[in-house]
Design a protein around this ligand. Structure first.
Ligand SMILES: Cc1cc2nc3c(=O)[nH]c(=O)nc-3n(C[C@H](O)[C@H](O)[C@H](O)COP(=O)(O)OP(=O)(O)OC[C@H]3O[C@@H](n4cnc5c(N)ncnc54)[C@H](O)[C@@H]3O)c2cc1C
Length: 415
């Protein structure tokens, strides 16, 4: 299938999802905000969300992300991309369709590397949307964008491992339904740098696990929460090591590929919504005798937004297409490129939409301020911009290294 073809089933899902957004999601946004406000609890699970989940399920708009037909519709990345984009237009849509991070990534890891027991105990309720999960890799004490720095110790003790250390920014760990953590730590600090790490499945209520605090993001307490977690002599049976000792780094690479591109797809949805709001607002208010939309600089912003959205959408689709056809590893440069481009461009568009809204733009009366805060974090989460750029630059420079090495060996080089 080429980038520009849409399969019949993908077209049907798109139409169904657009209808669900119009008929249920957008009207529910206000109810959601009210229920959250009235609860007084930033991590409250509002009833409207459970109603939306039931409706999404009834309509077959459930687990759309899952690539394995046994567990979801089995869509390709290229087929899923426009759906994730549509869900990205509203902060509540992804969870309503059970397609929200980090549960999606954790479900993929448990599908690929979990035991039958993990699948029964955790994967099934996650797929049912009755349980939530968190992924704990980043640590406050070390620069975690280099995952080899991770220090949480996992020391063998008979048939178990003892975990000691501290994690932070474990998203979703404050969710009312969060029952399980996938934790990355070090089982063998003497092994080769990428074989020192392992991943383990740890119940959040295991003795020795303490959720210390929920970290705010630009002052917002996100409903799912980003938790700082202390691990003190946490006993984990060896059967709960995923894939095997020393496989943690490899699993994190497998997990982060699809997760990264899903974030990009949703960012495009946010950018589209921001552009729509920017146009409507600019047309609806006037200054100095003419609508704000008649000013050349505002038209410039609108035009640039349209151009840039089309550009990041095409790059996202190309990355998705490569993931489907040559695999995540071969698509890594395009995944890295879009992981830098999509949040940055979406952030710029949201920022300009805020500007066009005047003071209203920074309030909660519009979804822009929260979208900005979220998009800004995506320049860090799942790897900071600079680390992805480093990977792209290394790939690019590698071409010349190979040519230079060949030249040094006296071979004919055609650069
Ligand atoms: C909202 C949010 C949610 C998150 N959710 C999760 C989660 O669920 N689970 C989880 O484990 N983590 C999560 N994270 C953490 C995120 O993955 C890390 O913040 C990220 O990997 C960077 O690690 P660090 O914060 O330790 O920054 P550091 O590694 O200390 O890096 C700091 C800065 O140094 C610069 N830098 C680093 N390397 C280079 C380089 N090679 N060249 C140039 N500059 C460089 C970059 O600008 C980088 O931002 C989340 C973060 C946020 C903000």
């Amino acid at each position: 299938m080429s980038l520009f073809d849409i399969s019949d089933r993908a077209a049907k899902y798109q139409a169904d999802l657009l209808d669900f957004m119009e008929s249920h999601i957008y009207p529910a946004e206000e109810v959601y905000e009210r229920q959250m406000r009235e609860s007084g609890d930033p991590h409250f699970q509002p009833p409207i969300l459970e109603e939306l989940k039931a409706e999404a399920r009834r309509r077959g708009l459930w687990n759309l992300f899952h690539p394995h037909p046994e567990w979801g519709p089995g869509l390709t990345n290229l087929e899923y991309a426009p759906l994730a984009e549509i869900m990205g237009r509203s902060v509540i849509a992804s969870e309503a369709c059970n397609c929200n991070a980090p549960d999606t990534g954790n479900m993929e890891v448990l599908t690929l590397f979990g035991t039958d027991e993990h699948k029964e105990k955790y994967l099934k309720p996650l797929l049912e949307g009755t349980m939530a999960s968190a992924f704990a890799m980043t640590e406050p004490a070390v620069a975690s964008s280099d995952a080899t720095n991770v220090e949480l110790s996992m020391v063998r003790d008979g048939g178990d491992y003892l975990l000691n250390g501290r994690k932070w920014f474990a998203s979703n760990a404050m969710h009312k339904n969060c029952k399980v953590l996938i934790v990355m730590g070090k089982t063998d600090p003497t092994a080769a740098p990428h074989r020192q790490q392992s991943m383990m499945v740890v119940p959040i209520d295991a003795p020795g696990v303490t959720v210390v605090r929920s970290l705010p993001v630009f002052g917002y307490q996100d409903r799912e929460g980003h938790a700082e977690i202390e691990f003190e002599d946490v006993r984990v049976p060896a059967k709960d090591v995923l894939k095997g000792e020393g496989e943690g780094f490899a699993i994190s690479q497998a997990r982060l590929g699809p997760g990264r591109i899903h974030h990009c797809m949703r960012s495009i949805g946010m950018a589209e919504r921001a552009l729509e709001l920017m146009c409507k607002r600019a047309r609806s208010r006037s200054t100095f005798g003419k609508p704000i939309s008649e000013n050349a600089n505002i038209q410039d912003w609108i035009a640039e937004a349209r151009i840039e959205i089309e550009m990041i959408r095409l790059l996202t689709l190309k990355a998705a297409h490569l993931m489907d056809t040559v695999g995540n590893k071969e698509a890594r440069t395009e995944i890295a490129a879009i992981k830098v481009a999509a949040p940055n461009i979406a952030l710029k568009i949201v920022d300009r939409a805020i500007q066009v809204h005047g003071a209203g733009g920074v309030t909660e009366d519009f979804p822009l301020a929260m979208a900005w805060a979220h998009l800004r974090t995506l320049r860090l989460a799942d790897g900071p911009d600079e680390v992805h750029k480093r990977a792209i630059a290394r790939q690019e420079l590698g071409k010349y290294r190979a040519a230079e090495a060949a030249a040094t060996n006296g071979q004919k080089v055609t650069a």
